[in-house]
Design a protein around this ligand. Structure first.
Ligand SMILES: NC(=O)c1ccc[n+]([C@@H]2O[C@H](COP(=O)([O-])OP(=O)(O)OC[C@H]3O[C@@H](n4cnc5c(N)ncnc54)[C@H](O)[C@@H]3O)[C@@H](O)[C@H]2O)c1
Length: 380
C-alpha cells in the first residue's frame, strides 16, 4: 500500500515592476536603492559586457560606491556569442568566489544580451535573487528588458535555456542610444516597427511614418530627437507590456510578438549571423506581409507601407542573394512554432492588428508550396 500526501503550494505572486524612461537615470537608480527598492540586500553585482563596461558599467560602480553601497562589477566579452551557459557559469563562479550569496542583487547594465544572461543568472543564483535592468540599447528598451524572459543560446538553439524572472525595475537610458553603433540602433528599430505593425496603426505606425526622419536617416545618420526617442520607448514598452500582461508564459497571445520572426530568425541563422537580429526581422516582416497579401490578410498597399517604413529606417527588405530559398525554407522548419512538422506564421490583420485564426490561435500553418511560391515571386 502506498501513502499519498498532497503538497499544497498555491501562490499569489505580485511580479509588478516599474519602467522608467529618460536621460541620465543613474541618480534615479541610486535614489530608488536608498528608498528601499530592493530590501535586505547587502551586496550588488553589476553585470555588463566589455563594450558597455567603460561607458556605463564603471561610472555606475563608482557612483554606487560613493553612495555607500557595496558593489562590484563583472564583465564578459561583448556580443551574442558570449550569451552562453559557459559565460553564465564563469560569472557565477566569480560571484561565489567574491562571497556573493542570497542577499545580493544583480544589476544588468547593457543591451539584450546582458539583460538576458544576467536575468537568467539572477533567476537561478541562490535559487533566485532580485535583479534590475539598466537598458542601454534600443533593442533592450523595445523588447528584451520587458517581459521577464531570460536565457542563453546553445549551439543548437537560441534562447531556449532560461527562466522567467521578472526584474524589480527597468531603467531605459535614452542617452545611451547616442553611443550605439547605427546598425545596432536600426536593429532595435525593426522590433519597434514590428510593435507598430501588430498593435497600433494610428498612434504608433502613423507616428513612425511621420517622425522616423527625426531619429535616423536612410543613409545612417542618427538624429535622435529627444521627444521622438521618448515616444518610441514609451509605445514600445506599452505594447510589449499589454501583450505580456495577458500572456506572461506564451500560451497563445504572446506569439504575436513573433511577427516577422518565422522567416527572420531563419534568415539570421542562415546568414551565419552576419545579419543582425533586427535586420533579419525587417526582411522577415516583409515576407510575412507579402505572404499575408497572398492569403488575403492585408492589401498590397498596406504591405508596401510596411516595407517603405523599414526602408526609411535604413533596414534591409530583401533576401540577400547568397541565401537560397531552399536554405531559408529548411531553416524555417527549426522554428519554435513548428507543430507536427508544419511551418507556422503569425500575421498582421491589416496594419495595427493581428490575425486570430478559427482555432483561436494567433499562429497558423502555411504550406511549404505557398511559401516557396512567394519566395520565388519576391526574387522575381
Ligand atoms: N528576453 C527577451 O524578451 C528578448 C527579446 C528580444 C531580444 N532579446 C535578446 O536581446 C539580444 C539582442 O539585444 P541587443 O541588440 O541589445 O544586444 P547586445 O546586448 O549584444 O548589444 C549589442 C551591441 O551593442 C553594444 N552596446 C550596448 N549598449 C551600447 C551603448 N549604449 N553604446 C555602445 N554600444 C553599446 C554591446 O556591447 C553589443 O556589442 C539578443 O540576445 C536577443 O536574443 C531578448
Amino acid at each position: 500500500m502506498s501513502q499519498r500526501f498532497q503538497v499544497e503550494l498555491k501562490k499569489l505572486v505580485d511580479n509588478s515592476y516599474e519602467i522608467e524612461i529618460g536621460e541620465r537615470l543613474f541618480p534615479s537608480l541610486i535614489r530608488d536603492l536608498q528608498e528601499g527598492l530592493v530590501p535586505g540586500v547587502s551586496k550588488f553585482a553589476i553585470i555588463t559586457d566589455s563594450s558597455v563596461e567603460p561607458l556605463y558599467g564603471q561610472p555606475l560602480l563608482k557612483l554606487m560606491r560613493q553612495n555607500g553601497f557595496a558593489a562590484e562589477l563583472f564583465a564578459f566579452p561583448a556580443g551574442e556569442p558570449s550569451k552562453t551557459r559557459e559565460t553564465k557559469a564563469l560569472l557565477e563562479d566569480q560571484l561565489l568566489s567574491h562571497s556573493y550569496g542570497r542577499d545580493c542583487c544583480i544589476i544588468a547594465v547593457g543591451g539584450g544580451a546582458v539583460t538576458d544572461l544576467a536575468g537568467f543568472l539572477a533567476g537561478t543564483f541562490g535559487r533566485g535573487v532580485p535583479s534590475l535592468n539598466y537598458a542601454t540599447t534600443l533593442l533592450a528598451a523595445a523588447d528584451a528588458s520587458v517581459g521577464g524572459k531570460t536565457g542563453v543560446n546553445t549551439p543548437v538553439a537560441t534562447n531556449l535555456i532560461g527562466v522567467f524572472h521578472q526584474p524589480r525595475k527597468v531603467y531605459i537610458e535614452l542617452a545611451a542610444w547616442r553611443t550605439l553603433p547605427v546598425r545596432e540602433f536600426r536593429s532595435g528599430l525593426a522590433e519597434t516597427i514590428k510593435h507598430a505593425c501588430l498593435a497600433d496603426a494610428k498612434f504608433f505606425f502613423e507616428y513612425l511614418e511621420n517622425n522616423i526622419g527625426k531619429i535616423v536617416t536612410p543613409d545612417g545618420e542618427l538624429i535622435l530627437d529627444p521627444e521622438t526617442c521618448e515616444q518610441i520607448a514609451l509605445h514600445n514598452c506599452r505594447i510589449k507590456y499589454e501583450v505580456v500582461e495577458q500572456d506572461e508564459h506564451e500560451s497563445n497571445l504572446r506569439q504575436i510578438l513573433n511577427l516577422g520572426h518565422t522567416a527572420g530568425r531563419a534568415l539570421e541563422a542562415v546568414s551565419g549571423y552576419t545579419l543582425l537580429h533586427g535586420e533579419a526581422v525587417a526582411v522577415g516582416l516583409v515576407i510575412q506581409a507579402k505572404l499575408g497579401v497572398k492569403l488575403g490578410y492585408m492589401t498590397g498597399e498596406q504591405a508596401e507601407r510596411v516595407a517603405a517604413l523599414l526602408r526609411r529606417a535604413g533596414l534591409p527588405t530583401e533576401i540577400p542573394d547568397a541565401i537560397t530559398n531552399r536554405m531559408l525554407m529548411d531553416k524555417m522548419y527549426t522554428d519554435k512554432k513548428v507543430r507536427s512538422g508544419r511551418i507556422r506564421f503569425v500575421f498582421q490583420d491589416g496594419i495595427g492588428a493581428m490575425k486570430r485564426f478559427a482555432d483561436g490561435s494567433y499562429s497558423t500553418p502555411v504550406e511549404e508550396a505557398t511559401i516557396m511560391e512567394l519566395l520565388e515571386e519576391i526574387r522575381g
